[in-house]
Design a protein around this ligand. Sequence first.
Ligand SMILES: Nc1ncnc2c1ncn2[C@@H]1O[C@H](COP(=O)(O)OP(=O)(O)OP(=O)(O)O)[C@@H](O)[C@H]1O
Length: 268
Amino acid sequence: MSTSDELALEVRGLHKVYRGHGDDVEAVRELTFAVPRGEFLCVVGPSGAGKTTLLRCIAGLLDLSGGEVLLEGRKVTGPPEGMAVVFQEYGRSLFPWMTVRQNVELPLKERKVPRAQRSAKVDEALEAVGLADSASKHPWQLSGGMQQRVAIARATAYEPAVLLMDEPFAAVDAQTRAELEDLVRSLWHRLGVTILFVTHDIDEAIYLGRRVLVLSNRPTVVLEDVPVDLPDERDQLSTRSTPKFAELRGHVYERIQAAKQGYRPEEG
Ligand SMILES: Nc1ncnc2c1ncn2[C@@H]1O[C@H](COP(=O)(O)OP(=O)(O)OP(=O)(O)O)[C@@H](O)[C@H]1O
């Protein structure tokens, strides 16, 4: 059990209802979990389970209806400094009129990082995602996978404590997706950043994560917190063909099927 000063993130009794004109939607019933520093936690669940809602609540982009989110012990009340988010829609998250370098530099400017330091951090971040040669291009001159690399460089350049990723590779082809998964694992190792990664892809969750949080259907609760006891050194071919990987995949798949059919843990 981790003590609270070892925790990057704590979600306590999170409850979220979208208030509409007459018809309220209870998206999240009760979510409580902790993420130790340096953890790689993947979140899976049936479609509409509230994965994006959870992530947006954690990022301080939505008001909670109940409960709280703590980033390194401090309550999140709006987008916090120490958090970065990578969304699925890279095309809409990068500014087309800015070069790759300017896009990556923007959050550093906003945080008033001095110019010389800024420049070094941008170089380093672009190098880390293999885009050092594309710094002066514009996003629209790059492939989808490359644009998502820019978004990842931008999110990691200022070394956030927690990196939130919402289905970041859902819109790229399978080959690029595998490359980006390995890129994220290598950045995670290198930077020691805590990652919370939302995906609907069970294999991706197991391949990437050290833990997989399985959510119920709506209104959402945690169905199971599954430890991924695979070796830290992972490889797209060999890891995915191990019996352990198949066992984990089968287990999580079965849980999600149960969730889809309405299975929920007993509510106290
Ligand atoms: N702004 C909103 N107003 C009302 N209801 C909403 C709003 N945003 C989401 N919802 C509802 O909340 C529930 C959870 O949505 P959310 O997008 O968080 O799920 P998800 O697990 O990310 O879904 P998917 O896997 O399909 O991307 C859904 O029933 C959705 O229709």
